[in-house]
Each structure stands twice: as C-alpha cells, then as structure tokens.
Design a protein around this ligand. Structure first.
Ligand code: ADP
Length: 298
C-alpha cells in the first residue's frame, strides 16, 4: 500500500506539488492522471526518495522509502525508461540489478520472458532499443525482486496499442495477486483501460479521486446532431444546462428528456446516450487547457 499525506514540494516560489494526499491500495491498479507539468513525476520522485519533500510524507508499506532495507524487494520502480545505461545490454542491466538485490540468477531469464524480450533482444545494447523495448526492460527490472508495490511513471509511453494491452494484462495479473500498482499518465484514455482507481492532479493539486466506476459514473446525457446550434437553442429554451464537447453536447438531464426536447424542436440526432465518462473527459480537457494557457503565458 502507498500512502501519501499532505505532500508539498516547492521550488523557490513555485509550488510543484500542493498538499497532495491519496492512497494506492493492494489488489488495485491506481492511475495517477494529469496533464504534463501537473506534478506527477515530482510526487513519484519524492515517494522513492529521489527528491526531498518540502512538507508531508509518502510511505510505502508503512515506511519511508529511505527506511526500506532492500527497497527492490518491496517496491519496483520505473521512473524514466530512457535513463538506463545505453552501453549495456538488457541482460547486463537485469543481471546487475539481480546481483544488487541478492536474487538467484534464474530470475533474469524469468523476467525477460515475462516482458517478452527475446534472448537476441536481451543481448543487444540498450542504445539500440526502441522506447517500447526500454519500457519492457524497465518493467522487468521493477518486477525482479517480486515487490508488493509498483511505482511506474508513464510506463505506456512509446508502447503501441498491443503493447498497452500487454501492459494492462501484466499489471492486472499483478494486482489480482494482491500487488499495489501506481502508474502515471497524461492520457485519459490510456489510463482508463488500465486503472481501477484514479487520482487526478492538475497544477500540483488533486482535483478528483475515486474508483474509475465512480468517476465515470453517468454524468447526464451525451448527444450528437448535425445541427448543433438548433439543438443548443432547444435545450436552452427547455431550461436545460449543457456544455460543448469536441463534437457533441453534454446535457445535465436524462436521455429521455433530451430526446423529447430534440423531437419537439424537430432536430435529428445522430447519437443519444448516457454520458458515462464525459464528465471526467471535460474536467481533464479543462485541466489540460489551463496548463496550456499557462504555458503560453510563461
Ligand atoms: P508531470 O510529471 O506531471 O509532468 P512534474 O512533476 O515533472 O510534472 O513537474 C511539475 C512542475 O514542477 C513543472 O512545472 C516543472 O517544471 C516543475 N519542476 C519539476 N522539477 C523541477 C525542478 N527541479 N526545479 C524547478 N521546477 C521543477
């Protein structure tokens, strides 16, 4: 289990992580979601003792990372798959980690097999690896000590859809056996397929957290039409609240009400359904837009 309590990190006058609290539980895959620059990596770096916190605590299995006697046996970490020694082969990197942790040699081959790196690939230098292969190798290193907790920063980066599915199955199996997984992503849809629980962060602050089911729970109605202005007029005339998504409207009313309004106004609909997840998508788009605006201003 991972417990983060009132964690704050300031760089000079800038607050990168602002009073962040959440838990990642055993048997669950927890997605740490936020746009670039939201504070995900900083939070994870603090968890594994690479960056000191300004205040607050982060604990793995009830202890600070620095207090774990052989951390690799308790928590598997992958923060930056590109940071692996480019001149070493995948097998050499795993072997060094295996020796450092005092593990039997056969673990190296087991892990290569687990992440589907062939013996030929394992014999190549990491500088010749694709980002996806580096991610696989990084995950193999994280899993080597059979830890109960995994902390992975953007592990799906560089993976193709088949790779993302592979990772989902791997992490699912790991959590089903009682493991705790925390993984970050800046892509809602990527994390949506992998995570059971979500912690959403924007500009250093937690803006939502809960089970994926709760956060994706029905949030009104999603409706599409070729004549958006006519539908918008009809919804407004009926006193309904709605917002514009990329190519649809989300209405704070049930689908049958929205259907009746459209029928009354003679507007043909191309789609009408409960807006599962649209609320989260809107919130996330808003967060991303805010970050981009700040980026432009800076
Ligand atoms: P994320 O992982 O969500 O993309 P980060 O945790 O990397 O976000 O960064 C959060 C914010 O903290 C960013 O605005 C980043 O520029 C800033 N930041 C990160 N590390 C440092 C540092 N060492 N010094 C100053 N600012 C930093």
């Amino acid at each position: 289990m991972i417990t983060v309590d009132s964690l704050t990190k300031r760089y000079g006058g800038f607050t990168a992580v602002d009073d962040v609290s959440f838990t990642a539980r055993p048997g669950r895959v927890t997605g740490f979601l936020g746009p670039n620059g939201a504070g995900k990596s900083t939070t994870m770096r603090i968890m594994v003792g690479l960056t000191p916190a300004t205040s607050g605590t982060a604990e793995v299995s009830g202890r600070r990372f620095a207090d774990l006697p052989n951390p690799g046996l308790e928590v598997g970490v992958l923060l930056d798959a590109s940071a692996q020694h480019a001149g070493r082969t995948g097998r050499e990197i795993l072997t060094i980690a295996q020796r450092t942790m005092g593990l039997p040699r056969h673990r190296v081959d087991e892990m290569l097999d687990r992440v589907s790196l062939t013996p030929t690939e394992a014999g190549r230098r990491v500088r010749n690896y694709s980002l996806g292969m580096r991610q696989r190798l990084g995950i193999a290193t994280a899993l080597l000590g059979e830890p109960e907790v995994l902390i992975l920063d953007e592990p799906a980066n560089g993976l193709d859809p088949a790779g993302i599915r592979w990772m989902r199955d791997l992490l699912r199996g790991y959590a089903d056996q009682g493991g705790t997984v925390l993984l970050s992503s800046h892509l809602l849809h990527e994390i949506e397929v992998i995570a059971d629980d979500l912690v959403v962060i924007g500009q250093g602050r937690i803006v939502a957290q809960g089970t994926k089911a709760e956060l994706l729970a029905s949030a009104g109605t999603l409706v599409r039409t070729r004549d958006v202005p006519a539908l918008a007029d009809a919804l407004a005339a009926a006193g309904l609240t709605f917002s514009h998504l990329t190519d649809a409207l989300r209405v704070e009313a049930d689908p049958d009400v929205v259907g009746q309004v459209a029928l009354g106004a003679g507007v043909a609909l191309t789609e009408l359904r409960a807006a599962d997840g649209a609320g989260l998508e809107e919130m996330f788009l808003e967060l991303t837009a805010e970050t981009q605006r700040e980026g432009v201003a800076a």
